[in-house]
Design a protein. Structure first.
Length: 152
């Protein structure tokens, strides 16, 4: 890929200290979803750009899947029934990942997002905070923060 075919996201990620943590595909997913939802290309880019600090801050390992979940919620906000189903799926996913410590993992997610009012408001407003992929990604981030002594 030469410089003329690189997207803005590819250029951004190639200039980061640890590009493997920041996936250009997540940016493209969010941007394309916004365009598909009748946003202008400029507004779509701005929306996708707005998620990049969050992905970097929380070191979301699978940012592409996280972005797909955020895009899914933006396309089709969850009904009350869907949110309930997602909460159950998220609980099962945490049990699979953390076993008997699943409750602690969920509490760590709550602690993590409570320190970021903008993220918390977005997750609550859109219902994305119930999505199993989002919960799982934030649980991994919270676990890493706890291990590093950054989560209290």
């Amino acid at each position: 890929m030469n410089d003329q075919t690189k997207s803005d996201a590819d250029v951004f990620y190639s200039q980061t200290a640890e590009p493997q943590k920041y996936h250009a595909s997540a940016h493209r997913t969010l941007e394309q979803d916004a365009i598909n939802n009748l946003h202008t290309p400029e507004a779509a880019k701005a929306m996708a750009d707005s998620w990049m600090p969050t992905l970097a801050k929380y070191e979301i390992a699978d940012s592409h899947r996280f972005a797909e979940a955020i895009a899914e919620v933006s396309r089709r906000p969850p009904t009350a029934e869907q949110a309930k189903a997602w909460r159950a799926q998220a609980g099962e996913a945490l049990k699979a990942d953390y076993g008997a410590r699943a409750g602690e993992a969920l509490n760590d997610v709550r602690t993590l997002i409570s320190a970021d009012p903008k993220l918390r408001a977005h997750l609550e407003k859109t219902g994305a905070g119930n999505h199993p992929t989002v919960v799982r990604a934030l649980a991994a981030s919270a676990a890493a923060a706890r291990k590093a002594g950054k989560l209290k």
